[in-house]
Design a protein around this ligand. Structure first.
Ligand code: ATR
Length: 280
């Protein structure tokens, strides 16, 4: 009998991840002899975890907080993820990819949001933020990157320029979080890429409040646990359209699934399985 192909997600914390339910649903639907598990891996164990999984013949891995940038050095990144400096997907040969940006932009488009020529205010400058900023710039958006540690936002913006992802002529601007108030009025989209608001990390917190928002702002939180984060509650109070993190999870997951299996993922089914799991 053929061996079951093992897939997994590594990162920390892992208690609330919906990636296993989502991918296992997809494997079952397509009749693939595969299984997907979550593994809690801290930074100091990232290298051994990745090399161990590859040595064990895993079909692939997803990489999440806080390993997206660190993991890059333990794989052969494809050109795009190397230029960006972040990965969230590894295949069985140890090649690395980033699908966060594609997932985010697909989720925005699915919600009917125009990306080209939009001003996007992005909170955070970590691994996910890099991938999202790069994709937004490629699709013609202007990106304002606001981060707690401003120097990290500056590094992100400089990377987009040195890698020719952005021309740097005002299409990407690094800021500290203290500048959010002065730029949010000109933004059409606000995306939280930080872990603020996530269960077990910074529960019930938000970097932006309703009184700072305007009703034409689309507010997208890539955190999906809880599904309605404090940021999205505030956005609802302000009358904004909201997009929750499951939309991003499903689209970035579908892109990873395609890399691993070559098949188009059953997106709707993956989303409904993940939503059902969240409802308990
Ligand atoms: P990932 O690779 O998944 O993006 P990361 O690289 O650890 O994760 O990035 C986490 C992001 O969340 C960073 O932008 C971080 O801000 P700093 O660069 O200042 O650390 C942001 N973040 C995490 N906790 C935060 C908090 N309590 N307030 C504001 N920003 C926070």
């Amino acid at each position: 009998m053929a061996l079951t192909q093992v897939y997994g997600i590594i990162g920390s914390p892992m208690e609330h991840t919906l990636s296993p339910i989502m991918h296992n649903t997809a494997f079952k639907e397509l009749g693939l002899n595969c299984v997907y598990h979550a593994f809690n891996v801290e930074k100091q164990n990232a290298e051994r975890a990745i090399k161990g999984a590859l040595a064990l013949g895993f079909g692939g891995l997803n990489v999440t907080i806080p390993l997206k940038e660190l993991a890059l050095q333990y794989v052969n990144p494809d050109t795009w993820s190397r230029r960006i400096g972040s990965i969230n997907t590894i295949d069985s040969k140890g090649n690395g990819y980033t699908t966060d940006g594609v997932g985010t932009v697909r989720a925005l488009k699915e919600a009917g949001v125009r990306v080209r020529d939009s001003n996007v205010l992005m909170l955070g400058a970590g691994g996910a933020a890099k991938s999202i900023a790069a994709q937004l710039l490629t699709e013609g958006a202007r990106v304002l990157v606001a981060n707690r540690t401003k120097s990290r936002a500056v590094i992100l913006a400089e990377k987009m320029v040195t890698e020719n992802i952005s021309c740097g002529c005002g299409d990407i601007e690094p800021l500290g979080l203290d500048k959010v108030n002065s730029v949010i009025g000109e933004a059409q989209v606000l995306i939280n890429t930080t872990s603020v608001g996530m269960n077990g990390v910074a529960e019930g917190q938000t970097l932006v409040r309703a009184e700072q928002m305007h009703k034409d702002l689309v507010v997208f939180d890539i955190v999906y646990s809880p599904l309605e984060t404090e940021l999205l509650k505030e956005a609802r109070k302000a009358g904004c359209m909201t997009i929750d993190g499951l939309k991003m999870l499903v689209h970035e997951g579908a892109a990873a699934f395609k890399i691993w299996t070559g098949f188009d993922a059953p997106i709707r089914l993956m989303e409904s399985a993940a939503r059902a799991a969240l409802r308990g």
